[in-house]
Design a protein around this ligand. Structure first.
Ligand SMILES: C[S@@+](CC[C@H](N)C(=O)[O-])C[C@H]1O[C@@H](n2cnc3c(N)ncnc32)[C@H](O)[C@@H]1O
Length: 532
C-alpha cells in the first residue's frame, strides 16, 4: 500500500477556517456547546475542516489525474472552496454543502480502494461501499466525533470522564436513533401548527425536550415557589430610599440574594457576633447605576442597608471588610484583623455562617438593589433539604479551593434552599421520564420495556433519551445554583461556578432565583432543545 498525501499535509485555507472558528465563539443559539459545560472546546468549524482535509487526497498524490502543477492547483482550489463553505456556521446543516464534501471524501476513498485492490485484506480494509469509521478516544466536548458523523463517517467517541461520555452520547448517539420521529407530548395533537408538521432529524426529540422542560419548570414553581418570595416595596423602604418611590406597593421579582459568609469575631468583646467576610460592599459599579451596601453598627451588632449612587467612602465600599490579598479580612465590629488561617479554622470548626447582604430585584428599568428583610432571610434559612450529597471534594488545590475552609463535601457547596431546589429538579427528571414513557406509548411507540442502554427504540428508551437532556438542564442549573456563584457588579448578573474554569472559595455568594419565575429552566430547556 502506498500512502497518498492528504490535503492536510500540503495546504489548508487557514484564513477562512480561523475566521469562522473565531466567529463561532460568539454563537450560542443552537450551538452544541449549550448542551452542557465542557472545558477546552474546539470550534466545530476547525474540527469539520481538519477531518475533511484528512480524508481527501491532495491533488499532487494523483499525477495521473492532475498532471501539471496548474491542474493540481486548480483542483486544490476546488477542495479549498468546499472547506470555505463547509466552515460557515450557517452551513452547519446545509445538505447541499455537506453533500459536496461527502462526495469529495468518497472520491478519495474509492481511489484508495482501487489502488489497494490487491491488498491481502482488501475486502475488509478497502471496501469501496464502506467508508472507514472514525474514533476519537479522547473525545472531550465531542467536536470531532460530531463533525465526522456530519461528514458521513460512522463515528465513535470515548473518554475517561463520564460527563464527556454523556455529552458525546447526547450529541452523536441519541439524536440519530430517534431521527424523523414526531414528538410524543400531548400538545402535538392539540396545536394545529404542530399536528401538521413534518419532523426532520432530531426536531421531534428537541420539541419534547422543550415541552417537558417547561412542565418541570411549572411543577417546580408549584412545589418550591414559596421559598422564593417576591419583595414588597413598603412606605418604610421608600422613606429611607426615595429612589424606590416608583415601586411603592409593588411586589418585585427577586433575581438574586447576595450573601456574605460570616465567622465569629476574633475580638473577645464581640465573641458572639458573626462578622461578614465581604470582599466588597459594591453591588453595582455600572456608570450611573452605582449601588452599595452600607453596614450600620448598632446595639452591639450590625445590619446592612443599601444605598444608590457613588459611595462617599469609595475605597471603604470597594474593599468591604477585606484587608489585603488572599483571605485576609477585618472584623466589622472592631477592625481586628482576621488572617486566612483564622478564617479557615473557623470554617473547619463549623462556625462559618452566612448573612444576607442585599436583595436584587427586577425593576422596570434594570436592577433594583434592596436591603435584606427578615422575611427573605427566613425564607432561605427555613428551607429543609431531604438529602445532601456527602461525597468528599478532591483534595486538589489546583481545582478545589474550598476544603481548607471546612467546605469538604459537594453538599457543602450549596445553601439548604439550593439543595431543596436541585433535589426537586432532579426528582422531576425521574417524574418527567415516567410521564414521557406514558405519552410515548399512547403516541404509538412500542411498549417493549427496552432501555436506552440496551439500544431500545420504544417508549422506555425514548423517555430515557429525553431524560438525558432534561438531566443536562438540571446539571446546567447546578453551575448557577451554588454558594460559589458570585455577583458580577459590572454585568449585574450571577456568575457561574466554573466561570473561572475552577471552583474558587467565594466569600460573597450570590443565590439566584432558580425557578426564575421560571425563566431559567425554560430557557435552558429551550437552548438544549435547540442544540439537539
Ligand atoms: C484535550 S481534551 C480532548 C479534546 C477533544 N479531542 C477535542 O477535540 O475537543 C482531552 C480529553 O482526554 C480525556 N482523557 C484524559 N486521559 C484519558 C485517558 N487515559 N483515557 C481516555 N480519555 C482521557 C479527558 O477527559 C479530556 O476530555
Amino acid at each position: 500500500m502506498t500512502p497518498k498525501k492528504k490535503l492536510i499535509e500540503v495546504a489548508l485555507p487557514l484564513e477562512a477556517i480561523n475566521k469562522a472558528a473565531a466567529r463561532e465563539k460568539s454563537i450560542r443559539h443552537g450551538h452544541p456547546s449549550t448542551l452542557h459545560l465542557w472545558w477546552a472546546r474546539r470550534p466545530l468549524a476547525a474540527a469539520r475542516a481538519v477531518i475533511f482535509a484528512q480524508m481527501v487526497d491532495d491533488p499532487s498524490a494523483h499525477p495521473d489525474l492532475f498532471q501539471t502543477e496548474r491542474e493540481q492547483k486548480k483542483e486544490r482550489g476546488r477542495l479549498f472552496k468546499i472547506i470555505e463553505d463547509l466552515v460557515q456556521w450557517e452551513n452547519t446543516t446545509n445538505e447541499e454543502v455537506l453533500q459536496k464534501a461527502r462526495d469529495a471524501i468518497w472520491e478519495s476513498w474509492r481511489r484508495a480502494c482501487a489502488e489497494n485492490a490487491d491488498h491481502p485484506r482488501a475486502r475488509e480494509l478497502f471496501n469501496r461501499e464502506v467508508l472507514p469509521a472514525f474514533h476519537d478516544p479522547f473525545a472531550g466536548g465531542g467536536a470531532l466525533p460530531l463533525e465526522a458523523q456530519r461528514l458521513g463517517l460512522e463515528s465513535y467517541a470515548s473518554d475517561l470522564n463520564p460527563v464527556a461520555v454523556l455529552i458525546n452520547k447526547a450529541m452523536i448517539e441519541i439524536p440519530p436513533r430517534f431521527a424523523g420521529k414526531p414528538p410524543v407530548n400531548p400538545d402535538v395533537k392539540k396545536k394545529a401548527d404542530l399536528a401538521g408538521r413534518v419532523w426532520q432529524g432530531a426536531q421531534g426529540l428537541a420539541e419534547d425536550v422543550r415541552f417537558y422542560g417547561q412542565w418541570m419548570r411549572d411543577e417546580a414553581e408549584k412545589r418550591i415557589g414559596h421559598l422564593y418570595p417576591k419583595v414588597e416595596v413598603t412606605a418604610e423602604m421608600v422613606k429611607e430610599r426615595p429612589d424606590l418611590k416608583p415601586y411603592l406597593g409593588q411586589r418585585l421579582t427577586v433575581i438574586a440574594w447576595l450573601w456574605a459568609r460570616t465567622v465569629k469575631s476574633p475580638n473577645p468583646a464581640f465573641a458572639n457576633v458573626d462578622v461578614p467576610l465581604a470582599s466588597t460592599f459594591m453591588l453595582s459599579t455600572k456608570a450611573g447605576k452605582e449601588a452599595y451596601v452600607e453596614p450600620v453598627i448598632e446595639a452591639g451588632s450590625y445590619r446592612f442597608t443599601v444605598r444608590v449612587g457613588k459611595p462617599k467612602d469609595a475605597e471603604g465600599a470597594k474593599n468591604g471588610t477585606k484587608l489585603a490579598r488572599g483571605a485576609n479580612f477585618k472584623c466589622l465590629m472592631s477592625d481586628a484583623p482576621m488572617a486566612g488561617d483564622y478564617i479557615k479554622a473557623e470554617g473547619r470548626a463549623g462556625r462559618m455562617g452566612a448573612r444576607l447582604m442585599a436583595i436584587v430585584a427586577e425593576g422596570t428599568r434594570g436592577r433594583v438593589y434592596l436591603a435584606p428583610t427578615k422575611e427573605h432571610e427566613a425564607a432561605a434559612l427555613n428551607a429543609q433539604p431531604s438529602w445532601k450529597p456527602d461525597t468528599s471534594l478532591p483534595a486538589d488545590m489546583r481545582s478545589h479551593w474550598t476544603p481548607p475552609y471546612g467546605l469538604a463535601t459537594y453538599g457543602d457547596l450549596f445553601t439548604d434552599r439550593q439543595l431543596v431546589a436541585l433535589t426537586t429538579f432532579s426528582d422531576l427528571v425521574g417524574e418527567a421520564i415516567a410521564r414521557i414513557k406514558r405519552d410515548a406509548i399512547a403516541a404509538g411507540l412500542p411498549d417493549d420495556g427496552q432501555p436506552l442502554a440496551k439500544v431500545g427504540a420504544g417508549g422506555t428508551a425514548y423517555a430515557e433519551a429525553v431524560g438525558v437532556y432534561l438531566g443536562m438542564c438540571v446539571s446546567r442549573q447546578t453551575n448557577r445554583s451554588a454558594t460559589l456563584n458570585f455577583w458580577d457588579m459590572k454585568g449585574e448578573n450571577v456568575q457561574q461556578v466554573f466561570g473561572r474554569g475552577r471552583q474558587v472559595f467565594c466569600v460573597r455568594g450570590a443565590e439566584r432565583l432558580v425557578h426564575g419565575g421560571g425563566r431559567r429552566l425554560r430557557r435552558t430547556a429551550a437552548a438544549v432543545g435547540k442544540s439537539v
